[in-house]
Ligand binder design. Structure first.
Ligand code: IPD
Ligand code: CA
Ligand code: CA
Length: 275
């Protein structure tokens, strides 16, 4: 099957999932609980994950699946062959509280290389897609990353983990970015942050996240012309394109400056050094 055909099926599934998310919020028929102590999950997250998984099984019965709520075993990342990577609701806190930054994220990788990605935002009526080597689109129109070439006029997005004990080192980074860049946005959906880099609304994004948060969005950003990578190299056991620690996606001309700023800040060197 051609990648474009596979993408069309994945996009249909993501948009179908989006309709379920819209309906669930409209009717306010979802219950909420916390997993791992601090991470909010609603029963819509689980129901949508199951619905997507059933559709993928129907269309692609031989492909493996990794998804946040019902198949989160990261051992799948290191295995050869085709793998679907799914976040049924990226932006669960936004979903539960009535904010619009909510997305369904679906990527398909082969041997750790992401081939297609779709990120659908049902409340914003936006669908971002990309095909490896062929480009990226928003609602069928071609998109391009920004041409920013200075950190001090760049708008940067990031996010923070649910676990509060993981936040302290990130506050140092946040402070450095606030000192060197125009400003920061925190929209609560990593997938949409990456798509916003892809279409030039943001100049860059950095964060440490899980594979389902970024697999599709990172391809979309790269295919739109952003430079993508990590502050520190991926370990050999995890394919780079599915490694979520210390991700950076940026307009190509500010990528190195931002990555180096984050690295210097981690090393405890002066955050006010030149960027
Ligand atoms: C979260 C969002 C958020 C990011 C968190 C993720 P979820 O995903 O992508 O922007 O900062 O790290 O866990 O929990 O809403 O699917
Ligand atoms: Ca997520
Ligand atoms: Ca999620």
């Amino acid at each position: 099957m051609q990648l474009a055909e596979r993408l069309a099926i994945a996009t249909d599934i993501a948009e179908g999932a989006g309709r379920k998310i819209l309906a669930a919020r409209n009717d306010q028929r979802f219950s909420q609980r916390y997993k791992h102590g601090t991470e909010l999950v609603t029963d819509t997250d689980v129901a949508v994950d199951e619905w997507i998984s059933d559709r993928l099984q129907q269309h692609f019965p031989d492909d493996a699946r990794l998804s946040e709520e019902i198949a989160p075993d990261r051992q799948a990342l290191g295995r050869k062959g085709p793998l679907w990577v799914v976040d049924p609701i990226d932006g669960t806190v936004n979903f539960a509280r009535g904010f619009p930054h909510v997305a369904v994220s679906i990527a398909w990788a082969v041997d750790g290389r992401v081939q297609i990605g779709v990120v659908h935002a049902p409340f914003l009526d936006e669908t971002f897609v990309a095909i490896r080597g062929e480009g990226a689109w928003r609602n069928q129109a071609r998109i391009r990353a920004s041409l920013a070439n200075r950190l001090d006029s760049s708008l940067i997005a990031t996010g923070f983990p649910y676990r509060r004990d993981g936040r302290q080192p990130l506050l140092r980074r946040f402070s450095a970015v606030m000192q060197h860049c125009q400003d920061v946005r925190r929209c609560g959906s990593a997938a949409l942050d990456l798509c916003n880099v892809a279409c030039g609304r943001l100049d860059a994004y950095y964060e440490s996240v899980s594979p389902w948060d970024f697999a599709a969005g990172l391809l979309i950003a790269r295919e739109a012309g952003a430079r993508t990578g990590h502050v520190y190299p991926a370990p050999e056991s995890i394919p780079e394109e599915l490694y979520g620690e210390h991700i950076v996606a940026a307009a190509p001309d500010i990528y190195v400056a931002l990555r180096d700023l984050l690295q210097r800040t981690d090393e405890g060197r002066s955050a006010s050094g030149e960027a």
